[in-house]
Ligand binder design. Structure first.
Ligand SMILES: [Mn+2]
Length: 341
């Protein structure tokens, strides 16, 4: 596994235990990977160093997929940061750009931060971190599992990690060898695979199902060589729509939503396309879009998003041209496929 961290630092728990008050900060729409990782870090740290006060901060809501896991963990969390916090740990996110209020408070109170994450690193944010644990795994839960001495991991925390790992590896489709072997170890330590799957089963909300179907109905298709690209626009659930389009057969999906002159754009690649082209949606598409239109964004090579000051159609057109350029397509090689007839 490639190590992306820039320096060798002490063990995660050893480092954290040098502070008295820590907040583990979850990303907006905290998913089971983020929740599972935060829960396990807190639980292990409490076991190792009971005098450290550690809270979990969920400043901008949780993802629907996390609700059963939260119920199981009987999870109490804070929604705003205490000013007397001595260290913030960014869990499952590369920077604080998506949490401007938390970022502002941390700058004001000069609160240092650490990063535990598996997304494409954001150099400026990484530079400012006092500690980082970054690995290119399919989930942050896998990083946390590898980083924590097992004597501090109880069964519930291991269950939380397995659930997050299954979720973020897309049920072992991403980096299967490494994610399956980590999951096996968790199962040997008492985690229950069936329970994890059950916690991830969630009835899709009717508005999400409508969004997916509308997104598919509004699709525009393009072909270049043997690749199919799909674009669409929708008012919400862009990630869910993009995932539906790649599930239906698109190699690449871009879905945008707009409000006034700001858009959110989300991209997904299927694994085969990602492997054969090495296209990185975070560094080759979302970061350049942010540079061009201003805003914030990032993610993984095969799943990334950005919020930019542009109309949805502008953002999609710019993303398509960045992708064409990156793939070395000649002008005219990307052709729109008619969806009428
Ligand atoms: Mn994750």
């Amino acid at each position: 596994m490639k190590k992306c961290g820039r320096r060798e630092l002490p063990e995660l728990l050893e480092f954290l235990s040098s502070y008295n008050r820590i907040a583990l900060v979850c990303h907006p729409n905290a998913d089971p990977d983020c929740i599972g990782s935060s829960y396990a870090i807190r639980s292990a740290l409490r076991a190792r160093s009971p005098s450290v006060a550690v809270s979990i901060l969920v400043p901008d809501g949780i993802n629907a997929a996390s609700s059963k896991l939260l119920e199981y963990l009987d999870f109490e969390f804070a929604s705003s940061m205490d000013g007397d916090c001595e260290l913030a740990v960014l869990v499952d996110m590369p920077s604080l750009d998506q949490l401007p209020e938390v970022k502002e408070l941390m700058i004001l109170k000069k609160i240092p931060y650490a990063i535990v994450d598996h997304h494409t690193a954001e150099p400026r944010s990484l530079e400012g971190a006092v500690y980082s644990k970054l690995l290119a795994t399919s989930s942050t839960c896998e990083i946390v599992y590898r980083s924590i001495p097992k004597k501090y991991l109880n069964r519930r925390a291991t269950q939380a990690l397995l659930t997050g790992l299954i979720y973020d590896s897309r049920r072992f489709l991403i980096q299967p060898n490494s994610s399956i072997s980590a999951a096996m170890k968790m199962i040997h330590r008492g985690a229950d695979f069936a329970l994890a799957l059950e916690m991830l089963l969630n009835e899709q909300d009717i508005s999400e199902r409508i969004a997916r179907l509308k997104g598919v109905a509004r699709v525009r298709l393009y072909r270049a060589r043997d690749w199919i690209f799909a674009t669409s626009n929708i008012g919400a659930f862009e990630a869910s729509v993009a995932r539906s389009l790649t599930d239906l057969g698109a190699d690449l999906a871009l879905v945008a939503s707009g409000e006034d002159s700001t858009s959110r754009i989300t991209g997904r690649l299927n694994e085969r396309f990602q492997r054969s082209t090495s296209l990185n949606l975070a560094s080759c598409v979302m970061h350049p879009l942010v540079d061009r239109f201003s805003g914030s964004g990032g993610g993984h090579p095969s799943a990334a998003s950005a919020k930019v000051s542009a109309l949805p159609e502008e953002a999609i057109a710019a993303a398509l041209s960045l992708i064409s350029e990156r793939l070395g397509l000649s002008p005219g090689e990307l052709k729109e496929i008619s969806t009428r007839g």
